[in-house]
Design a protein around this ligand. Structure first.
Ligand code: 5AD
Ligand code: SF4
Length: 461
């Protein structure tokens, strides 16, 4: 397979399939970056690819089964390609399932050439060469001493089609060990990217036209990157990012309530590029279950954080994750979650039935909640959350919102952009508005989007 390792004037087709979170989206883009100097260019279809990478997610149920079924499908495609064109396809599995089940993958799918964990993407070119020498079946799922951030190429291109918004990973891994979660095992201990490296990437993104950056990390508000020999918090990093001319909007995800320091709450008041929208998973509203989950805070401590955030930034809206049916969850515990939702009110949420992840502490606990109970609880929770989301969208009717215009709209003469709360907003306007933040009065509410009217004075700015 040496045809895949040497730089070449004829580009090799690279097809990356990405499952899971924004960290994986970011990682896929970085894998494409490290492979570009070797002559790999993206292709849309696996049928045309010389290399296929399946970037996997392990967070919920049956992750490994889904990987094996997708690998079976890809195997057929690569075999057909070999028969019809004589060309072989390099098949790699990356991401958290690769990290957790690397050996199992090579045993059950020996046609896979390479299995690589999330911490080793910067070594991808070297590994591709190693596969060429070994004839396939290489695993690299170490947590290497060198940080991958130090090795990823500098010329990273923004990933979104419109190039106005981009993700930037600043932190990886997690030391929190929530009872239900695989991340500390698949992504390893918490590491933060040095400040100068974050600023360099942010500047490059903004120079290429990006107006909005979302800082990513499994525990992004635990960020503690170094700057001139000292440790810097997320609030301080955001303050430095604020001075990049042309960067208009800043977001971060995913945060943990335990790391919601006062200085970060104050930054929501003081840093004008912070968007008034925060994803802060709470998982449960029951103190007993929060304790069993090892979350390290109570329901009231979460309520208190929200109160302080709303004092600092009255227009802030909240997003969260919930799990129903964690082992030991009683009706009373579930009612406490419903009560917390009623007290806090959320604009947007993700809710899941607990599913046991092998190797995590909760998986082995007694008192697993029956599936039908989980189903009923989830349906009730989601009905309440849906009501709150609709009420939040309705509360914007008649208000003027800053919209970052990103593309033409569905109908002729329309453009579309995102509100500070990430809702798609459609309104009549000229395509020359694309790339600008303009004021739009919200006039209509649809199921998954809003409609509005451009404020004339916005055009004069
Ligand atoms: N079961 C159900 N939901 C889970 N999550 C993580 N692990 C599990 C699990 N074992 C959810 C949490 C987390 C989100 C990314 O996925 O709510 O915040
Ligand atoms: Fe998983 Fe988040 Fe808990 Fe870390 S803080 S163990 S990533 S749920």
């Amino acid at each position: 397979m040496s045809e895949h390792v040497s730089p070449s004037s004829t580009p090799h087709g690279l097809h990356i399939i990405t499952w899971g979170c924004q960290m994986n989206v970011y990682d896929s883009a970085r894998m494409a970056d490290v492979l570009r100097p070797l002559g790999y260019a993206p292709v849309d279809r696996p049928e045309n690819a010389d290399m296929i990478i399946l970037n996997t997610c392990h967070i919920r149920e049956k992750a490994a089964e889904k990987v094996f079924s997708e690998l079976g499908r890809l195997r057929k495609i690569t075999e057909e390609r070999k028969e019809t064109t004589g060309k072989s396809t390099f098949l790699a599995v990356a991401g958290c399932v690769a990290q957790a089940e690397g050996k199992e993958i090579l045993a059950r799918a020996p046609y896979v050439d390479l299995v690589l964990g999330p911490q080793t993407y910067h070594r991808l070119p070297e590994m591709v060469a190693r596969v060429a020498r070994a004839g396939g079946g290489v695993i690299d799922t170490d947590f290497p001493v060198e940080a991958k951030f130090d090795f990823l190429p500098e010329e990273a291109a923004p990933q979104t089609s419109a190039n106005l918004t981009a993700f930037l990973t600043i932190q990886e891994g997690c030391d929190k060990f929530c009872s239900f979660c695989v991340v500390p095992y698949t992504r390893g201990a918490e590491t933060s990217r040095p400040v100068s490296s974050v600023l360099d990437e942010a500047k490059r993104l903004v120079e290429s036209g990006v107006k909005e950056i979302t800082l990513l990390g499994q525990n992004v508000n635990a960020y503690h990157g170094t700057w001139e020999g000292r440790s810097v918090t997320l609030a301080e990093l955001a303050d430095k990012l604020r001075s990049i001319h042309g960067l208009e909007r800043l977001r971060y995800m995913t945060s943990h309530p335990r790391d919601m320091e006062e200085t970060l709450i104050e930054a929501h008041r003081d840093n004008p590029i912070f968007m008034p929208f925060l994803h802060l998973p709470v998982q449960s509203g029951s103190d007993r279950i929060l304790k069993a989950m090892n979350r390290g805070h109570t329901a009231d401590e979460y309520r208190n954080i929200i109160t302080r955030l709303r004092q600092a930034r009255p227009d802030i809206a909240l997003s969260s994750d919930f799990i129903v049916g964690h082992p030991g969850e009683t009706d009373e515990d579930f009612e406490a979650t419903m009560q917390l939702v009623k007290d806090v009110t959320f604009a947007c949420t993700y809710s899941f039935k607990y599913s046991a992840r092998p190797g995590t502490p909760a998986a082995g606990q007694p008192f697993q909640v029956p599936e039908d109970v989980k189903d009923r609880r989830l349906a009730r929770l989601q009905a309440l959350l849906r009501e709150q989301q609709d009420a939040f969208n309705a509360s914007l009717l008649g208000t003027v919102q800053d919209i970052l215009v990103s593309s033409t709209g569905r109908k002729p003469g329309q453009v579309m952009g995102r509100s500070p709360y990430l809702q798609p907003v459609h309104f009549e306007g000229d395509p020359s508005l694309i790339g600008r933040v303009v004021k739009v009065r919200i006039t209509t509410q649809r199921t998954n989007s809003l409609g509005g009217v451009l404020c004339e004075e916005a055009l004069a700015v």
